[in-house]
Write a protein that binds this ligand. Structure first.
Ligand code: GTP
Ligand code: MG
Length: 382
């Protein structure tokens, strides 16, 4: 397990932790019994003691748990013949105030920006937009992320559940710290980036400078011989908005095989969740594969329940959500964590069992962490 200490290992293999400390000391590593050690150290120790130590990541552990309930998460898309095209999922990222939410407002003809406290996006939003590209009606799913530095984790989560990243850079401000951070999240997630150079209506706008700055970080515009599309836009005047949609669709069609089987039990990710006074736990989920239906038994992280109602991004009640559709789900017994996977299972009993196991595991991990912290604190007190 990640974050395991020599004490944990000692318990597992039934030896005394102090002797493990000594063995490592002789191998040239100084660690205390309660300090968490790297996977590598554990493996070295295993080899020395002739134990076969297998380090299992939390993800693998969870996969094993699901497999024990005959649930396969993620990989298997079913029969090639059953796959159907699905809309691209596009995460909008960038520095605070560079116009991410305003851009989506322009597409949706809505006004989310004016309703936000201090004009700062606090949670991930998800919307579907209709685009007409080459006389074809295409849907695009957009995920709006906060640009403020406090929201690193949310951006990382956004990047993970996404097909394409749109990096919004205000042409007057240019490249800023969260621009780079957002770009790095996209690169780490191996997601193609389209750059929207926004606010070109402003007198101080300098779109050329933005191209130069990002080139230095490896995002080289096509017009400079690179392979990144840059589109000048203004969320205020509407300039370039159609071109941006076109660039997104082009990127999706050229580089990605965006298909999913709509007939499987639904799986996806919870991108935001909260407790609503009247409605209970409300989770915004993004369906990756399959179709989510009212009445489905679901697990999301360590929350479980049955889908009681679903609400789309226009506030309408719907009865099913196909791949790539973001939807608010009511009916969970507790609030899942943002970024938790969600999946439909056979029945409520299985849903509860998986949720309970995850919950117990989480509690154990937390306990291990806090007891470790305690012993370290005691060390420093002496
Ligand atoms: P965070 O969510 O806090 O990271 O900000 P954001 O990137 O979502 O920025 P937001 O859309 O809230 O826009 C910030 C401010 O810039 C608002 O006052 C917008 O009206 C303004 N703005 C956004 N796009 C444009 C544009 O193209 N031109 C001009 N002139 N102003 C814009
Ligand atoms: Mg915003």
């Amino acid at each position: 397990r990640r974050g395991a200490s020599l004490t944990d290992l000692a318990e597992k293999i039934g030896v005394d932790a102090a002797s493990l400390v000594q063995v490592l000391f002789h191998l040239g590593e100084m660690v205390t019994a309660t300090q968490s050690v790297s996977d590598e150290t554990l493996e070295i120790l295993g080899a020395e003691l002739e134990y076969n130590i297998e380090v299992v990541s939390p993800e693998d552990e969870d996969r094993e748990l699901l497999e024990s309930f005959d649930v396969d998460f993620g990989e298997d898309l079913g029969d090639e013949d059953d796959l159907a095209a699905r809309p691209p999922v596009v995460t909008v990222m960038g520095h605070v105030d560079h116009g991410k939410t305003k851009l989506l407002d322009a597409y949706r003809k809505s006004n989310v920006v004016s309703g936000e406290a201090g004009g700062i996006t606090q949670k991930i939003g998800a919307y579907q937009v209709e685009a007409n590209v080459d006389d074809q009606d295409r849907k695009i799913t957009f995920i709006d992320t906060p640009g403020h530095e406090a929201f690193t984790a949310m951006r990382a989560r956004g990047a993970k559940s996404t097909d394409i990243a749109v990096l919004v850079v205000a042409a007057d401000d240019g490249v800023m710290p969260q621009t780079i951070e957002a770009m790095n999240h996209a690169i780490a997630a191996e997601v193609p980036v389209v750059v929207a150079v926004n606010k070109v209506d402003k007198p101080a706008a300098d779109p050329t400078r933005v191209r130069g700055q990002l080139s230095e970080y490896g995002l080289v515009p096509e017009e400079y011989g690179g392979d990144t599309q840059f589109v000048d836009v203004s969320a205020l005047t509407g300039q370039g908005l159609d071109e941006l949609l076109e660039a997104i669709v082009l990127t999706a069609d050229a580089a990605l095989d965006l298909r999913a089987n709509p007939d499987m039990p639904a799986q996806g990710v919870a991108i935001e969740a909260h407790l609503d006074k009247g409605r209970g736990a409300v989770a915004t989920v993004l369906v990756h594969r399959g179709t989510l239906h009212i009445g489905d038994s679901i697990v999301a992280g360590s929350a479980h329940g049955r889908v009681r109602a679903m609400i789309n991004d226009l506030g309408e009640n719907i009865t099913e959500a196909p791949p790539s559709m973001p939807v608010q789900v009511l009916g969970l017994t507790s609030v899942p964590g943002a970024g938790d996977n969600f999946l439909v299972v056979e029945d409520d009993r299985v849903a509860r069992q998986i949720a309970d196991k995850r919950e117990a595991r989480m509690r154990a991990a937390q306990q291990a962490k806090s007891s470790r912290r305690k012993t370290l604190d005691q060390l420093f007190e002496q």
